[in-house]
Design a protein around this ligand. Structure first.
Ligand SMILES: NC(=O)c1ccc[n+]([C@@H]2O[C@H](COP(=O)([O-])OP(=O)(O)OC[C@H]3O[C@@H](n4cnc5c(N)ncnc54)[C@H](O)[C@@H]3O)[C@@H](O)[C@H]2O)c1
Length: 246
């Protein structure tokens, strides 16, 4: 039931981090992968090369999910090169860590635009064809910050990630009747470049499992939501945080 042969998956922001781990895992289970990131970089090329080295299919498409026109081009090119996209993983995200008094309007807009508007921009284009085909999976990356509020005062990031949860539930209601499930994953502290050393250290005392997650431990939950293993699960948020929010 974890077999994704014949499915294609777009994973936004998958040149590195959780997105890359998800791209590799979904490819291992048979999915064709569209690797997306802001620009063509050696990291993006490496993700594609790793999938091809495993015998998988992958293409790289550069696009900024925060920009509506760029997301539209991403959709056109993805459908053109892969034929159909059955699984959409909205993983692209940024964090501009700061406390409220010091968050500039520019940073507020950037964090909301990538983390929340980016989800709208891709879903708007990729979900209708899934509804027409009668099968689809949307997996949105929220965060523990969207569940309980960031411990570090970043109200913009917490708002965006809480917004992703509301978006997920509303879209799940809209497209459930056409066989498209929509779920969110809310990671705690994961060892990637988005995480500062300071935040990682400060979080450890609050994690019952006593350690930071690996990107692969988030990817395995994404695989569950992408597959037929989760066929009756929609509109949910799965907390993957070592017990630090329960
Ligand atoms: N690492 C953590 O502790 C943690 C915790 C909770 C949630 N998350 C979420 O998980 C997701 C993945 O983060 P990560 O930890 O792998 O971070 P990361 O910084 O390693 O990866 C994020 C990727 O998104 C790309 N990206 C940024 N803006 C983009 C845009 N506008 N369009 C396309 N791509 C863009 C980046 O270039 C990068 O490759 C994010 O949504 C993040 O908020 C991470």
């Amino acid at each position: 039931m974890l077999d994704l042969t014949g499915r294609n998956a777009l994973i936004t922001g998958s040149a590195r981090g959780i997105g890359r781990a998800a791209a590799l895992l979904l490819a291992q289970h048979g999915a064709g992968i569209i690797v997306n990131d802001l620009k063509e970089t050696p990291e993006g090329a490496q993700t594609v090369a790793q999938i091809e080295a495993m015998g998988g299919r992958a293409v790289f498409i550069a696009a900024d999910v925060a920009d509506s026109a760029s997301a539209a081009r991403l959709c056109e090119e993805a459908l053109d090169r892969m034929g159909h996209v059955d699984i959409l993983v909205n993983n692209a995200g940024i964090a501009r860590q700061n406390t409220m008094a010091n968050i500039s309007e520019e940073d507020w807009d950037a964090v909301i635009d990538v983390n929340l508007k980016g989800v709208f921009n891709t879903c708007k284009r990729f979900v209708p064809p899934m509804q027409e085909r009668g099968w689809g999976r949307v997996i949105n990356l929220s965060s523990i910050a969207g569940r309980r509020g960031s411990m570090f005062g970043d109200v913009h990031y917490s708002s965006a990630k809480a917004g992703v949860i509301g978006f997920t539930k509303c879209l799940a209601k809209i497209c459930g009747p056409q066989g498209v499930t929509v779920n969110a994953v809310a990671p705690g502290i994961v060892k990637t470049q988005i995480l500062s050393e300071e935040h990682e250290q400060a979080s450890q005392a609050f994690i019952p499992l006593g350690r930071t997650a690996s990107p692969e431990e988030i990817a395995s939950v994404i695989l569950f939501f992408a597959s037929d293993m989760s066929s009756y699960v929609t509109g949910t948020v799965l907390d993957v945080n070592g017990g630090s929010y329960m």
